[in-house]
Design a protein around this ligand. Sequence first.
Ligand code: PMV
Length: 327
Amino acid sequence: MTKIRVITHPNIALIKYWGKRDTSLMLPTKNSLGITLAALKTTTYIEPSPSNSDLIELNGKVLINKNNPITSFLDTVRNSLGINKRFSISSKNNFPTASGLASSASGFAALAFGINSVCNLKLSLQEISILARLGSGSAARSVHGGFVLWEQGKHPTGIDCYASQIFNGDWWPDLRVMIAITTNDAKKTPSRAGMQQSIKTSPYYSQWLVESESRLHTMITAIQQRNISLLGKLAEQDWCGMRQVMLSSKPVLDYWSDTSNRLIKKIISIREKNAIEAYITTDAGPHVKIIHHAQDTSFLMKELSRDAGVVTLVASHLADNPIVEEK
Ligand code: PMV
């Protein structure tokens, strides 16, 4: 029996996705663009189950309750591919899970690769991205390393809604993202529920969609030119737009903690006082990600580590493509 090991990484959006036009097929309301981070890693082992049910272990804990996102994903995949195999899965993250660090992106991308190998499906990367998308939207992007564009597509079945690599991880060797991990806890409102709440209730949602879409092409130019000032400015604008949408949702979606808000102010002040290119993005969680150049990593580490609310600081370069191998 084949046992497969898959190594994947979270993909953090520079141009965000927040909201679905079809919640069962996980089709987004907009295009998004993200970078896959090498320092955050998901290692997943998958093989056929020796019994008639799926056996799932996440971060060393067996999932006993069948009502969990991994089992639902496996059921959806079995349905959509017409297979009935059960799987034995053991997956571990080297970073907090379900906390706003895109663990679902790397987790579901790993499962899509793993199922493809265990069942010998011979799917293309586009098809694997589509499969991963059924677990979590951003997982469509984690199928690739480097800079990744997830196109919303037009087809009602979602066949044209997958992610592609636009530049690989080596394209910009000195680009770094520092991740200030501020808690090990899971978030209170999962993204899946939060984003649909924003579509329904935020008065700024449709405006953000239009503005964000118009940033996408300039973002691709910024990457092409390795222009960190432009990339950082656009990433911050896009994140601020998403944050405004979240904070204007009803009930309010405030994913940030006092530590996050302090760090955001601190980074802006470091940038202004020291003329350092350091730009902020966050997701649906309290961790702060700082886009910067490798030459500034140690200065930023020193400055940010002074904050008592920071649990860990990790600086990451961009990841290569996922690794899929027989074990
Ligand atoms: O992949 P999901 O469905 O958990 O949503 C993630 C959404 C954000 O991380 C907030 C933004 C993004 O584009 O990754």
